[in-house]
Design a protein around this ligand. Structure first.
Ligand SMILES: [Zn+2]
Length: 68
């Protein structure tokens, strides 16, 4: 089995991907589609990946919504 992102050999821990990086990249690609950024430009994917990581970072530690 190979990683759908980079075609490297899959690592069981990150199946079906080869690494967290590729798993995140796939998630970012999903986010990109969700926000209808109709671009496959690597820079847009990188930006989406950063947004995803930021979202996950804040979402993971923030269990109680705080609004002002
Ligand atoms: Zn990969």
């Amino acid at each position: 089995m190979t990683c759908p992102i980079c075609q490297a050999e899959t690592v069981a821990a990150y199946r079906p991907f080869c690494s967290k990086r590729c798993a995140d990249r796939d998630l970012a690609r999903w986010f990109t589609g969700r926000y209808a950024v109709h671009s496959t430009d690597p820079e847009d994917v990188e930006r989406a990946l950063e947004e995803t990581e930021r979202h996950l970072a804040t979402g993971a530690s923030d269990t109680s919504p705080r609004r002002h």
